[in-house]
Design a protein around this ligand. Structure first.
Ligand code: FMN
Length: 176
């Protein structure tokens, strides 16, 4: 089933405290590995996930700029933490707190990416939901060409108002 044909529903799945959703990709974001819990939450069979682009679980509520930030960090060989709302095959959703990092081989060449997702802080999810909502609205209003600048400005303003970096904001949210 194509992700674009899936109708999002309000059925929410909740990560448990000891769950780790693990996946790996090649350099283009194509899935090369997914653990059992990834299969459980995504609702796909392993063979449907392997070789698919990781946007197979992308939820339409997610602002594009979050993924731009993710790929910008990875391009600089940096790790990134983020709150992400993902969509399962049945249209339901699940929030995760994710860590994504590059994988290097023995010759220090970048060969792919790895991601580990844990239960997001339940206190942070409503806050992130609101911020992402306003970022997504800004993206839609601005149109494709200016979308990233519009939602990036909202995130930038939030960080400036709080006087924190993106990393610090994430840490605060996860330890609320
Ligand atoms: C290791 C790794 C894990 C990723 N995990 C997710 C994920 O769980 N959910 C998601 O929507 N995108 C994830 N992405 C980002 C996707 O590759 C993609 O950029 C994003 O879904 C936006 O897709 P789009 O450009 O088609 O809108 C991941 C990327 C990498 C490299």
């Amino acid at each position: 089933m194509k992700r674009k044909n899936i109708i999002p529903t309000d059925k929410e799945r909740f990560m448990r405290e000891n769950d780790f959703i693990v996946s790996k990709t090649d350099l283009t974001g194509r899935i090369t590995y997914g653990n059992e819990i990834f299969i459980e939450f995504s609702g796909y069979e392993e063979h449907e996930l392997l070789g698919a682009q990781h946007n197979i679980v992308r939820h339409p509520d997610m602002p594009r700029v979050v993924f731009k930030l993710l790929w910008d960090y990875l391009a600089e060989d940096k790790e990134i933490f983020a709150y992400v709302k993902n969509m399962s095959k049945d249209g339901g959703f699940y929030w995760v707190f994710t860590h994504v990092a590059p994988i290097f081989n023995k010759n220090k060449e970048k060969i792919g990416y790895t991601s580990v997702r844990r239960m997001p802080n339940p206190k942070a999810v409503p806050i992130v939901t609101d911020v992402y909502k306003s970022m997504l609205e800004a993206e839609k209003k601005a149109g494709a060409k200016d979308a990233m600048a519009a939602s990036g400005a909202i995130l930038g303003q939030l960080l400036q108002d709080k006087g924190v970096t993106y990393e610090q904001l994430i840490n605060v949210l996860q330890s609320l």
